[in-house]
Design a protein around this ligand. Structure first.
Ligand code: HSE
Length: 310
């Protein structure tokens, strides 16, 4: 056990659901990302050091990264100690996978210290304990793309069945209105029953989106970015949502919707010029509402958590 070895990583933000694929589709983006580093300690246990201003809990069992590491250590079954330092750039409660970045980043970094003993699928399994702590349920649509990179389909979580999807180049514009929506609240308001006609429309869209990605068919991707189940309920929590969607599409976006459980909204575009025009429209909406916001224009991150050289 090399006590002087330090692993540094960047753990990317992710967009879960991808509009129609509630809990089963997600992709990683190149910006923003959290910065983390990990090292072994000579005494067993987990010590968490926050290097940002979010004042997240440092007790491992109350911290999403800690919960993920605890799951890894349980399987390891050896008296081992980690010190994890976290500098978050992804604001908690923003809807772009802040908790997933912490949980996934922690176990990917720890696994490198352990000479990659665990598979990616194992790491997703461990990191989902962080999501359970954050939102009350295990879901992998932020964790899987954070670890695998690109667009991922989570066909099942028990047992885990993750499929990495190919996708054509896509630009992603994200606006984060500065309000907080807790994933647990955004899940709590969802209807537990759906109408068969709505389910048929939704699975048509999911299949269409997956086919569009695999075939690089931008028009099919755009047509399939429709959510008749979740968006009508959740969008009421997000001021300006309908306007952002309408104006972004008029500016040429393929489509988009709520990022994860919100409040961030994302739009996909075929090229950077359109993505920047979409950003302009998003800014205008929130300026007119006098609501603080933050925007990103980025692309799909193909590698997931990355290791940073010393
Ligand atoms: N699929 C989850 C949800 C993602 O929408 O509740 C949360 O980021």
């Amino acid at each position: 056990m090399a006590l002087d070895k330090i692993i540094r990583i960047h753990s990317p933000a992710t967009v879960a659901n991808m509009v129609c694929g509630f809990d089963i589709l997600g992709f990683a983006v190149n910006e923003p990302y959290d910065e983390m580093r990990i090292r072994f300690t000579d005494s067993p246990g987990i010590s968490i050091v926050n290097e940002d201003d979010y004042q997240l809990p440092t007790q491992p069992e109350k911290n999403v990264a800690g919960a993920a590491l605890l799951a890894l250590m349980e399987e390891l079954d050896a008296p081992i100690g980690f010190e994890l330092s976290i500098c978050k750039q992804i604001k908690p409660g923003s809807g772009v996978g802040s908790s997933a970045a912490s949980a996934a980043g922690a176990v990917v970094a720890a696994n490198r210290l352990l000479q990659d003993r665990f598979s990616k699928e194992d790491l997703v399994r461990f990191a989902m304990n962080g999501e359970k702590l954050a939102s009350g349920v295990k879901h992998a649509d932020n964790i899987a793309p954070c670890i695998y990179g690109g667009v991922t389909l989570i066909r099942s979580i028990f047992p885990l069945d993750i499929i990495a999807l190919t996708a054509p180049p896509l630009y992603v514009t994200i606006v984060h209105p500065q309000i907080e929506v807790r994933t647990s609240d955004a899940r709590g308001i969802l209807k537990q029953q759906v109408l068969l006609k709505d389910a048929i429309r939704q699975w048509g869209n999911i299949a269409g989106l997956v086919a569009g990605l695999l075939q690089s068919d931008y028009e099919l991707i755009g047509r399939s970015l429709e959510d008749v189940l979740i968006e009508p309920v959740r969008s009421i929590l997000i001021p300006g949502f309908d306007k952002v969607k309408k104006f972004s599409k008029e500016a040429g976006a393929l489509g988009g919707g709520i990022s994860g459980s919100g409040p961030s909204i994302f739009m996909l575009s075929e090229n950077e010029t359109t993505a920047r025009e979409v950003e302009k429209q998003m800014k205008e909406v929130y300026e007119s509402l006098s609501l603080a916001y933050h925007t990103y224009v980025t692309t799909i991150n193909q590698s997931g958590v990355t290791f940073v050289e010393e």
